[in-house]
Design a protein around this ligand. Structure first.
Ligand code: HPA
Length: 234
């Protein structure tokens, strides 16, 4: 047990999928894994370990924002030996060419700050995805026929953003979408020699103001789980 995870040693797999929402972790485990055990309930942050195609997988909530994700990912890697960590979440699109429901594979994650900024001091470290996961996820998405974009995203500290000028610069520099977790996931994976990737579904559009209807959210989330699982075990 750690401060935030109640699992016993050995109850967490080397491959961990990380949705932000704990109930999404439950839904994904129930729909895609077999022999599922709930391994964490501390503070209502649910985690489940099961089997997919003969491979052990844990699906654990990260919470919203980088400080929350950082707590869970630090403990998953340092205390439970996680080696491959894939965020599955939603994002807001920042390019006209990106549509609602499209998948974005985050090759890099820009940020104003992350929980690691204090440690990096003046260094502008460039958080990036693991190439083997990225390539396998792109192949899996292509095989499913899911419209997919690969490139840079923005990991924001705020959902209610008051910096339209900054968003404009990011759109101008080709950033595909905005979410709130990937940059710190990539920082931690780099620090501890792990593989990481963020697979994101576009749930809303910052330029067109469209959003994904609630009845389509589950199907899109399921597509992401499949892409992430195929990527992890390619
Ligand atoms: N901003 C930040 N995170 C998000 C957004 C957004 O617009 N949409 C989904 N996650």
């Amino acid at each position: 047990m750690t401060i935030h995870i109640g699992a016993q040693p050995g109850e967490i797999a080397e491959t961990v999928l990380l949705p932000g929402d704990p109930y999404r972790a439950k839904w994904a485990a129930e729909n895609f894994l077999t022999d599922v055990t709930c391994i964490n309930e501390v503070r209502g942050m649910l985690g489940f370990t099961g089997t997919w195609n003969g491979n052990r997988v844990t699906i654990h909530g990260s919470g919203m924002g980088m400080p929350s994700l950082s707590i869970y990912v630090n403990e998953l890697i340092r205390d439970y030996g996680a080696k491959t960590l894939i965020r599955i979440g939603s994002c807001g699109a920042m390019q006209e060419s990106v549509g609602i429901r499209d998948v974005i594979l985050a090759m890099t994650a820009s940020s104003l700050s992350t929980p690691s900024s204090g440690m990096f001091k003046e260094l502008n470290f460039a958080p990036c995805a693991d190439y083997s996961l990225l390539r396998a996820a792109a192949d899996a998405a292509a095989a499913k026929g899911t419209p997919t974009h690969v490139g840079g995203i923005y990991s924001s500290d705020v959902f209610y953003d008051e910096r339209p000028d900054l968003n404009e610069q990011m759109t101008r520099h080709g950033i595909l979408g905005v979410e709130m977790e990937a940059a710190e996931l990539y920082n931690l994976a780099a620090r501890y020699g792990c593989r990481a990737l963020a697979v994101l579904t576009v749930s809303d559009h910052l330029l067109t103001h469209e959003s994904l209807p609630s009845d389509q959210r589950e199907k899109s989330f399921g597509d992401m789980v499949e892409i992430a699982l195929h990527s992890a075990f390619a």
